[in-house]
Design a protein around this ligand. Structure first.
Ligand SMILES: NC(=O)c1ccc[n+]([C@@H]2O[C@H](COP(=O)([O-])OP(=O)(O)OC[C@H]3O[C@@H](n4cnc5c(N)ncnc54)[C@H](O)[C@@H]3O)[C@@H](O)[C@H]2O)c1
Length: 270
């Protein structure tokens, strides 16, 4: 069977994409080859998804006919680029999609000269099909490559196109954002426990409150400020909580978190 999808790096994000692409029938397990150096991960990926697993990135690259997805840490990028340099050819080349934080199109295009490359930034809710991925296209891509990337990432959620100058900001917001939200859920639950709730119930209330609020904002397309006003009764409980959040610099903390993450993404690309 022809290998259509090559995945270099079978970690958290690589697996999230792999599992949904197989689940949705976009690729058959036999059409996928993963390169992964960790033996425990190799066995796990083989057993769980029945895909071909290899340790040689060059084999994965040269065997893949449609897409090669780079899903390693940005710090490993230059080593991988050096490894693949010998097997690059413009004759038959897959579309190279990188999800590496900070690694720019110009870095990708120097590593893969004259090849079609796309820089993408997905996020972990991709695992449950509720991710959002931003794409920006390299100079050697065409409409078919764009469609292919949209097909890959729409298997894991929404897809948006952005210009590359926005990619670090996207990374700071939606790329890293699931961690901020998880921290918030954990803190809400801790607050519930502090106020006397059992842990299990506090977790359930916290998760569903975040999920329901996000759904309400999305489905009713209301401004977050308006939703806040709807919850906040005069002289009531919510305004007492909000006043405390404002004293603690809640908004500023989130704004600064997104900015710090965007800056770190920028640094990783240098
Ligand atoms: N985790 C996220 O939320 C998220 C979101 C968007 C983008 N990203 C990006 O995705 C990439 C991967 O992140 P992750 O969280 O999945 O990391 P991870 O550490 O879980 O996965 C990386 C995998 O690459 C493997 N690897 C290491 N060296 C390799 C090599 N030389 N060849 C092939 N594979 C190798 C590792 O063994 C590991 O399994 C990063 O560049 C990150 O910036 C991550």
């Amino acid at each position: 069977m022809t290998i259509k999808l090559g995945l270099i790096g079978g970690g958290v994000m690589g697996e999230a994409l792999l599992s949904r692409l197989i689940d949705r029938g976009i690729y058959q397990p036999s059409e996928v080859m993963v390169s992964e150096p960790q033996p425990t991960r190799q066995n796990y990926l083989r057993q769980t998804y029945n895909v071909n697993v290899n340790t040689d990135n060059c084999v994965v690259f040269t065997e893949s006919r449609e897409v090669v997805l780079l899903a390693v840490k940005p710090q490993v990028f230059s080593a991988i680029a050096q490894e693949l340099a010998d097997v690059l050819t413009t004759k038959i080349s897959p579309l190279v999609i990188s999800i590496l934080a900070g690694v720019s199109l110009s870095q990708l295009e120097s590593a893969f000269p004259e090849l079609p490359v796309i820089r993408a930034m997905p996020n972990t809710p991709a695992t449950v099909g509720e991710g959002i991925t931003a794409l920006c296209l390299g100079a050697y891509t065409n409409g078919k490559h764009h469609k292919l990337a949209q097909q890959v990432f729409s298997a894991v959620g929404q897809v948006v196109d952005v210009s590359e100058m926005l990619m670090d900001a996207v990374t700071g917001l939606s790329g890293s954002g699931p961690a901020y939200v998880a921290l918030m859920v954990e803190s809400l639950a801790d607050g519930g426990v502090a106020a006397g709730l059992p842990r299990g119930l506090a977790n359930q209330l916290a998760v569903q409150t975040v999920l329901g609020t996000a759904k309400l904002l999305q489905e009713h397309k209301i401004h977050p400020g308006e939703l806040k006003d709807r919850v906040t009764s005069p002289g009531g409980t919510t305004i007492a909580g909000i006043a405390q959040l404002e004293r603690a610099g809640f908004r500023s903390a989130l704004i600064e978190a997104v900015k710090a993450s965007a800056l770190r993404s920028q640094e990783l690309g240098q």
